[in-house]
Design a protein around this ligand. Structure first.
Ligand SMILES: *Cc1c(COP(=O)(O)O)cnc(C)c1O
Length: 217
């Protein structure tokens, strides 16, 4: 399956983030041995434990909702935080990045799903954060793009609409307020069930778990 997914991502040069949450380190090692270097986790404790146990050239992605009081544990080493869903969280990430004398790359999570169970910023909150960012409020973070999760549904039309909406939001920012930020170039969208749809809409990184590692119990 790994090779098939890489094949699917090749034409658009989309990055595979292998979502290894709940899976043992041996599973990670077997993909590592095939050359995979980007892995994603959604629980901080698990991310830290795996970081400590595994080779240091792995790039660790924090992919799910992140609690403010846990940021300090991942700040020294995290490669990318995908799911900034509030100004308060970004403030804490900025502070912890500064303590570690580094700049942490982040994505802003936009609410695109119709379901109301998912985290994410509204358009107005998104714009407030971008304004503060451009005013220099978050000097130790770099906003390199957006992230979104589509509804969990068989209605592929709806999934197309939601990803297309995220791409549009991204393009508007890229064209206007963030036009001179060449690093603002990422769209993290697509999971096991919908990554093919996501790449049709310009995803630059997909977060795939169960399709690679088997279902989680
Ligand atoms: C678990 C998870 C994924 C991967 O889900 P799969 O359906 O197993 O591919 C992707 N993104 C986030 C935020 C997740 O929590």
């Amino acid at each position: 399956m790994y090779d098939q997914i890489l094949e699917d991502l090749k034409p658009t040069n989309t990055l595979l983030v292998a979502v290894s949450k709940t899976k043992p380190v041996e599973d990670i090692v077997s993909l590592y041995d095939k050359g995979q270097r980007h892995f994603g986790e959604n629980r901080v404790q698990e991310l830290v434990d795996k970081y400590e146990a595994l080779p240091k050239d792995i790039r660790w992605h924090q992919i799910g909702h992140l609690q403010k009081n846990k940021v300090k544990y991942i700040a020294p080493f995290v490669h990318l935080i995908h799911a900034i869903d509030s100004k308060e969280l970004l403030t804490v990430v900025n502070k912890e990045a500064k303590k570690n004398e580094r700049v942490i790359d982040v994505l802003l999570q936009v609410k695109i799903a119709q379901e109301d169970t998912k985290y994410g910023l509204s358009t107005s909150d998104l714009n407030i954060i971008i304004e503060l960012y451009l005013a220099g409020t978050f000097e130790n973070v770099r906003i390199i793009g957006l992230m979104g999760m589509a509804s969990f549904t068989d209605n592929t039309g709806q999934v197309h609409d939601e990803f297309s909406h995220l791409k549009e939001t991204f393009d508007i920012l890229k064209k206007n307020s963030l036009a001179n930020k060449e690093y603002f170039e990422h769209l993290s969208m697509g999971m096991s069930g919908d990554y093919k749809i996501a790449i049709e809409h310009g995803s630059t990184m997909v977060r795939v778990g169960s399709l690679l590692f088997g279902s989680r119990v």
